[in-house]
Structure formats: C-alpha cells, structure tokens
Design a protein around this ligand. Structure first.
Ligand SMILES: Nc1nc2c(ncn2[C@@H]2O[C@H](COP(=O)(O)OP(=O)(O)OP(=O)(O)O)[C@@H](O)[C@H]2O)c(=O)[nH]1
Length: 459
C-alpha cells in the first residue's frame, strides 16, 4: 500500500509530543522529515512533497490548537487534512447511464480493472457491460471474457475482428441494454504513435462520458509523461491505481493526478474481480496512518440511520446483538445499506473486519441488490406485524396470501425468507467473532450516535 511506512514512523514521532501542550519548531521539523521520507520513498514528486511539508509546518506553528486538544492531536489533524488535500477528492462517478473508456500502457491492469469496475457497478444495482477492444494482445479477449463471467456481467468482444474501432461501435450496439459501458483498450510497451492514434479513434467512436487512466502503482515518475500524453490525446478525467497489494509505492500515480489536473477514481488491490474499491480520500488517509476508518464510518452510519429512522421507532439494535434478528431488522439493514453502499464495503472499513472475514461468508449473504431490495420492500409491506417479528411463523398459506397481496411470486417470498435466514446466520458469525470487539462497538455507535466528529479515529 502507498506510503506503507508512514503510519508507524509518524506515530513514533508524534509520540514525542505526548504530554506537551505546545509544539516546538524542533518537534515539527522532526515530524515533517518523517513525512518527507515516506512520501519520497513512495515516489511522490519532490515539489509536491515540499509544498505539503511547508503547509504542515506553517499551520502547526501558527494555528492555535482548539481548546481541549493536545499538541499531538492538533498536529495529527493538520497532517491528516494536508494529506487528504494532497490526494484530492475522488473522481465523480455518478450511478447512472454512462460510457467509461480505460486507457493505459500494457500490463497496467486495464483488462482486470474493466471487469472489476463492472463488478463494482453491478453491486450498486446497475447493469454494466465490458467491451473488449484489445486486438493487440492475444489472450486479452479470453481473459476479459472469463473475468466478466466471474463478475457475472455482460461482455462483448470479437477475436475474429482486428479492427478495435469497429469492435467498439458494435459492442455499444450489442450491449445497448446495459446502463454502464466500460470500454477496455489495448496497451503497448511504451507510448507510441500508433497506440495514441488508435485510442483517439476509439474515443471519438464511443464518445465516453469519462476516460480513466489505469496506472500500475509501481510506475514511479514515468507516470508524469504518460499522463500528460494521454491527457492531451483523449482528456483524462480520473486515474485508477492498480496493484496496490504488491508495492509500497504509488506516489507516481499522485503525480499523474496532479499532471492531468484530475483525481483518483478507483483502487485495485488484487487479481480477482472483487479486489477493487472506490477511492475515498478520508478513508484512504486514515488507513495509511493506521487509524482505521471509524470516523468516516460513523458519519455514514449515522447519516443513514437518521434517514431511515421514520416509522421504525421500535427498532432496537440491542435485540439484534442478542440474536433476535427479525424481518424488521432486515428491512432496517437494507435501507441503511442502500444509503451506505454494499455491506461488504462497509465491513472492509472496520478495522479487523476486512477482506478475509468477508471471503469466508457465502457470496449471496450480502448480495441484496437494488431490484431485490425493492421487491422485498413490497413483500414486507404485505406482511402482518406478527409475521415481520416472527418470520418462522410464515408457512405455505401465509406465503400464498402475501404473494396475492404484494403481487410477487411465491418464489420471491421464499427467497426473501431465505435471505433473512442467511443474514441472520451471518450476524451470528459476527457476534461470535466480535466479543466486545469491533462489531459490537459499531452497533453501539449505530444506536447511540456518539462520536461523529471529523477526527473520531484519533481519540
Ligand atoms: N496483484 C495484482 N495484480 C493485478 C492487479 N491488477 C491487474 N493485475 C495483474 O496484472 C497483469 C496485467 O493486467 P491486465 O489487466 O492484463 O493488464 P492490461 O493493462 O489489460 O494489459 P494489456 O491488455 O496487455 O494492455 C495481470 O496478470 C493481472 O492479473 C492488482 O490490482 N493486483
């Protein structure tokens, strides 16, 4: 992960501030040196590093720590804010119909990224399609097709056609039913004129809503020229950094962002379709600093909870923790999830709840897509209070009645009950794991609404 060492070395030097109420010039010099060392090691452009360290120094010495804040927390919050502003906002990716073009050098991870992004969009309830126009690398077609099958998303390619522009055009026609079109393009070893000419032609044929530059995290300063050229030829709106699992670098990508005046859209951290996440500056920096991401998580959870409070006054998360997971709880969870993003991504943000744990769960335990959620809502509206509280009491005759009332197939109702059962079992697993731990704390936060300040995780 980028700036891997920053968290621990920074925490070390911040500890020297413990007990102090004011920060001295020597202290801040020491801290800034640590930050510079980490950023330069991670290949961040020298001028960016200098800019950042100057602002940290000036702010730490000139700004008064707010009442009740220790010198350590004050400096940490400044470092945090400045790092967040260094990486910038995340590229805007609206959840609506659009065409996205992927560009980048050979091996940067475009094909993998196209399938990953399609998977990500599908989990948001949209229907994505990947269009593979790489006629240069033998094997690209099979690779993309296989990954798209694994991601369960639409795919178009034609290994017998050697005209990428024609494939792109036909692909858009053939996948007209999809909401999101992701157009993968060929790469070359280096930026050559024919690559640029080809991508320009594809760009004008597909007229993308946004073009993303895919960069290997290990690229280093070479990113600067590449970014510049792609930007000049097709216009770059955002960057995808791949292979963050394999390197402690990644600073080159920040340079590319700066060069193209764009932002980071997605991060890739593995070879499977699920190894992708939306770039979010706050959570990214919190994690770099090794502080977990509870600040952002609680904010999101609280916002979602406030919005779903309405007619659910009698919903008690304590009951859920005790293992009584009713259909009402499920409805509450679905509403909250809908607002926060998929539960697996939310879980990833909780320290100790990341990838490994989610991998052990059945895939469909968390797979509550928008369409299914809508259908489930309608079905639940046709249930009685007693049925909502005691789903086990629902037998064949109730299912028939609910089906008539909701206009949904009986099969759908069984599916809902099955989903409830799975979520209930999943929750039991978490209860087992979270003895006095993260899950329980998260549920308390959901319930009590404490914390919530911008720097929650630093306490
Ligand atoms: N560990 C890791 N490997 C990745 C990641 N993204 C891509 N890869 C691997 O990197 C290699 C190249 O990825 P591709 O997706 O084929 O790259 P490409 O840019 O489409 O390559 P061309 O089609 O030749 O231009 C493959 O072996 C991928 O499995 C990642 O985030 N982490």
């Amino acid at each position: 992960m980028v700036l891997d060492n920053l968290g621990s070395s920074l925490r070390g030097s911040l500890d020297t501030l413990s007990g102090k109420s004011r920060v001295g010039e020597d202290d801040i010099e020491e801290i800034v040196k640590e930050i510079q060392r980490s950023l330069l090691q991670a290949d961040v452009d020298v001028s960016l590093v200098m800019e950042l360290s100057d602002s940290i120094k000036t702010r730490a010495l000139e700004e008064e720590p707010p009442g009740g804040t220790t010198a350590r927390d004050h400096v940490l919050s400044i470092v945090y804010e400045e790092l967040v502003s260094l990486v910038g906002e995340s590229t805007e990716i609206p959840l609506e119909n659009q065409t996205i073009l992927l560009a980048g050098l050979q091996g940067s991870g475009k094909t993998t990224t196209s399938a990953k992004m399609a998977w990500w969009f599908s989990k948001k309830g949209l229907r994505p399609a990947v269009i593979q126009t790489d006629t240069f690398r033998p094997g690209a077609y099979d690779q993309a097709k296989e990954m798209c099958a694994r991601a369960e998303v639409d795919f178009y390619g034609n290994p017998d056609n050697d005209d990428p522009v024609d494939i792109a055009r036909k692909g858009l026609e053939e996948t007209a039913d999809a909401d999101i079109h992701i157009v993968d393009t060929a790469g070359r070893h280096a930026l050559e004129d024919d690559l640029i000419a080809e991508i320009e032609e594809i760009e004008s044929a597909v007229d993308p809503d946004r073009s993303l530059l895919v960069l290997d995290a290990a690229i280093g300063q070479g990113a600067k020229d590449q970014a510049k050229q792609f930007d000049e030829s097709i216009g770059i709106n955002g960057v995808v950094i791949t292979k963050l699992d394999g390197t402690a670098k990644g600073g080159g990508a920040l340079t590319a962002v700066n060069e193209t005046d764009s932002s980071i859209a997605f991060l890739g951290s593995g070879e499977t379709v699920q190894d992708v996440e939306r770039f979010e500056p706050n959570s990214f920096i919190s994690r770099l600093l090794g502080m977990g991401d509870l600040g952002q998580l609680t904010e999101r959870v609280q916002r979602a909870m406030e919005e779903t409070q309405e007619e659910e006054e009698d919903w008690d998360p304590e009951d859920m923790l005790k293992g009584q997971f009713t259909l009402k709880d499920m409805r509450h969870q679905m509403n909250a999830m809908n607002k926060m993003g998929p539960l697996d991504q939310v879980m990833d943000m909780i320290p100790g709840m990341g990838g490994g744990i989610m991998d052990e769960l059945p895939d469909d335990a968390m797979d509550v897509t928008k369409d299914r959620m809508r259908a489930f809502e309608v079905i639940m509206d046709s249930m009685t209070e007693n049925e909502l509280e005691n789903p086990r009491s629902i037998g064949a005759s109730q299912i028939r009645r609910i089906s008539r009332g909701s206009g949904k197939d009986e099969e759908r109702i069984r599916e809902l009950l099955q989903q409830h059962k799975m979520m209930s079992q999943t929750l039991k697993q978490f209860q087992g794991m979270g003895q006095g731990g993260d899950m329980e704390r998260m549920m308390k936060k959901m319930q009590g609404g404490g914390g919530g300040g911008g720097f929650g995780p630093f306490g």
